[in-house]
Ligand binder design. Structure first.
Ligand code: AMP
Length: 190
């Protein structure tokens, strides 16, 4: 069992690298953002509620996010491990994740933080918004998301650093080269 968190601001490449890692290591890719987008397109109650926050660039409340976590962990009981992408984003979520995984005896092995500067992030996300039509990828909302990241999510770096689980990777450059760095870091800790 191998549980990994891919961490970083919006647009740092968490999604791209999570997909590649999940495939290479046969792990389950758990992206709370993807789950919310699917709930929104299926017009479920969860989707309708989450959309109000996502459209503003705010974080979805912890109780909703934790519900998604618990139901996914339960559904994917047989997974060989998880790549957490975009989760946790608050201290409460991180503590809940630790509590659940420790209960099962499968704690987080490591967290990889992708470092990308703000200017690059904005350029990447504006481009993604134009290509994908993702409604929260416009400059005004991107700035909100970055502000929420800095205030609520970045403090988790210290939480995981204190657990000696934090590894930082420079996230600007060729995707393949960054991916090699990520894989090397994981293989050294396995
Ligand atoms: P993402 O695709 O990971 O960038 O997530 C898109 C949006 O979904 C975020 O800007 C948040 O509004 C919401 N979201 C996704 N994951 C979380 C989470 N763990 N906690 C709170 N909100 C989340």
């Amino acid at each position: 069992m191998l549980n990994i968190i891919l961490f970083g601001p919006p647009g740092s490449g968490k999604g791209t690298h999570s997909i590649k890692l999940a495939e290479k290591m046969q792990l389950y890719h758990l992206s709370t953002g993807d789950i919310f987008r699917s709930e929104i397109s299926n017009k479920t109650l969860l989707g309708i509620e989450a959309k109000q926050y996502i459209d503003k660039g705010a974080l979805v409340p912890d109780d909703l996010v934790i519900k998604v976590l618990l139901s996914t962990l339960e559904k994917q009981e047989k997974a060989k491990g998880f790549i957490f992408d975009g989760f946790p984003r608050t201290l409460i979520q991180a503590q809940k994740l630790d509590e659940e995984l420790n209960k099962k005896g499968i704690p987080i092995k490591l967290i990889i933080s992708l470092e990308v500067n703000n200017k690059e992030i904005i350029t990447r996300l504006v481009k993604r918004g134009l290509e994908s039509g993702r409604s929260d990828d416009n400059e005004e909302i991107i700035k909100q998301r970055l502000a929420f990241y800095n205030k609520q999510t970045a403090p988790l770096l210290e939480y995981y650093s204190k657990q000696n689980k934090l590894y930082t990777i420079h996230g600007v450059g060729l995707i393949e080269e960054i991916f090699v760095d990520i894989c090397k870091t994981i293989n050294q800790q396995k």
